[in-house]
Design a binder for this molecule. Structure first.
Ligand SMILES: Nc1nc2c(ncn2[C@@H]2O[C@H](COP(=O)(O)OP(=O)(O)OP(=O)(O)O)[C@@H](O)[C@H]2O)c(=O)[nH]1
Ligand SMILES: [Mg+2]
Length: 202
């Protein structure tokens, strides 16, 4: 999993542009500014592969990064960004919703939650949705560099409790600044890719 071996295969502004090939997809979900694009950059070992911005709401398309010709990392638009205009917001919510519908290739969702902030109302709704639809997911608590190890541990417990996470749901502390959690996350992604069975071939 490295930038040398990864291409931006598709920047989809509409659902009919989503790739329909049979490669497993690992999607990054989370509110705007939580660190989805930064996480992709850290995983790929580069600074600016996926676009990161100081102003939230930058990723407005569903971006499919194809890695090792084997799987996709899918950067979804962030939710919960109030300053976007009404029409734009609806279109944005629309495309992320469409992404989750009848997607056989979706093999793992990485649900990002800001470690320091904890789960927002939207994060909790998303976690409920993933639980109810039986989509395998892990929670990635981002920006762990902002807390001391003691505070981080406390917040971790807080997240498990607030989101009512079952023991099967992995919870990974991650920082794109320090690289904490990177190996754990890579292992999780690799395992999901290996375990993927194309439902259309069964
Ligand atoms: N301290 C710290 N800051 C981070 C970390 N990850 C991301 N950031 C900062 O948080 C801001 C948002 O990061 P992005 O990666 O663009 O967030 P995003 O989730 O892709 O946002 P949208 O594309 O708007 O949905 C940027 O200013 C990043 O530099 C981290 O691990 N630690
Ligand atoms: Mg982004």
């Amino acid at each position: 999993m490295h930038a040398n071996d990864t291409i931006l295969k598709m920047t989809a502004g509409r659902a009919d542009q989503f790739p329909r090939d049979r490669k497993p997809q690992i999607a990054l979900s989370g509110r705007s500014n939580v660190g989805k694009s930064s996480l992709i950059n850290r995983l790929l070992g580069v600074k600016n592969f996926a676009r990161v911005s100081s102003s939230p709401g930058k990723t407005v398309t569903v971006n499919f990064y194809e890695s090792e010709k084997k799987f996709y990392l899918v950067d979804l638009p962030g939710y919960g960004y109030a300053a976007r205009s009404g029409e734009g917001r609806r279109a944005l919510a629309g495309i992320a919703d469409r992404y989750f519908q009848k997607n056989d290739a979706l093999t793992l969702v990485l649900q990002l939650v800001d470690l320091k902030v904890g789960p927002t109302k939207d994060d909790l709704m998303m976690i409920d949705f993933l639980t109810q639809t039986n989509i395998p997911f892990a929670v990635v608590a981002t920006k762990s560099d902002k807390l001391s190890p003691t505070a981080a541990k406390k917040q971790r417990e807080q997240i498990t409790e607030t989101a009512n996470l079952s023991e099967e749901v992995p919870l990974i502390l991650f920082s794109s600044k320090t690289g904490e959690g990177k190996e754990e996350l890579k292992n999780l992604i690799c395992a999901a890719v290996r375990a993927f069975k194309d439902p259309r071939e069964e």
